[in-house]
Design a binder for this molecule. Structure first.
Ligand code: SF4
Ligand code: SF4
Length: 235
């Protein structure tokens, strides 16, 4: 691959350049959390924070209940408010590929990008990380830039046993993501925000897509499960 050009002000997919995107087929997600685990291992993501997370919601009344899984990550938006919000240019967009990335050495930890992201995709790296200088700065999913620029798929995509996550160049008509986005109905999260997300969902219920946006907390999920169980067994 040719060298990627970086720009702190570019906010549009650039014609003639690669524009990577992810399709998440919710019909195929079984909530195994393999993607979360692979991501944690790939980036040594600390306990309590996530680059990608898979919240779920129990719907229906017993015995007709099922779980809705909702994999979430940074949407690598074409018009990312996080880039505009950063006062020091620590967050920037890569022109060729569309990745939204971080300069850790520039980040001052002000959290302006976190406040501006409608998807809650960003988090602070804890200062307790003693084995690296990268602490107390903001982090998030990179679309596995380091892998993709070497011709590899993101770790979460490789790991997904249901093939619910598909990744590729939207500007390449022969790619699977281009085929899926052009032939199947897809949805993005919060389109009204005007961010032009590049994570496309198949099977998304727009009336039921906000759950799990808050920071993923497994104990909260267990509590929700307990409440759903009790509700379904009342009377
Ligand atoms: S999802 Fe949030 S962090 Fe990712 S590019 Fe969009 S605004 Fe920025
Ligand atoms: S926390 Fe870091 S990346 Fe986010 S706006 Fe502040 S300086 Fe920029």
């Amino acid at each position: 691959m040719s060298e990627l050009r970086l720009s702190s002000i570019e906010t549009r997919g650039v014609p003639g350049k690669r524009r990577y995107a992810m399709v998440i087929d919710l019909r195929r997600c079984i909530g195994c959390d393999g993607c979360m685990t692979a991501c944690k291992a790939e980036f040594d993501v600390p306990v309590g924070v996530f680059r990608t997370w898979v919240p779920y919601k129990v719907v229906g009344i017993y015995p007709n209940v099922r779980k809705h899984f909702m994999p979430r990550l940074c949407n690598h938006c074409d018009d990312p408010p996080c880039v505009r919000a950063c006062p020091v240019g620590a967050t920037y967009k890569v022109e060729d590929g569309g990745f939204v990335l971080q300069h850790y050495d520039r980040c001052i930890g002000c959290k302006a990008c976190m406040a501006s992201c409608p998807y809650n995709a960003r988090f602070m790296l804890p200062k307790s990380r003693t084995y690296t200088d990268i602490t107390s700065v903001v982090d998030k999913c990179t679309f596995c830039h380091h892998r993709v620029t070497q011709g590899l798929a993101p770790a979460c995509v490789v790991t997904c046993i249901g093939r619910a996550r598909i990744f590729g160049d939207l500007n390449d008509p022969a790619s699977e993501v281009a085929r899926l986005v052009s032939t199947l109905p897809t949805q993005v999260l919060r389109p009204e925000e005007g961010t032009k997300p590049h994570v496309f969902y198949i099977g998304l219920d727009r009336n039921n897509s906000e759950f799990g946006r808050a920071v993923y907390n497994p104990l909260d999920v267990l509590e929700q499960d307990r409440q759903a169980f009790n509700k379904n067994h009342q009377g």
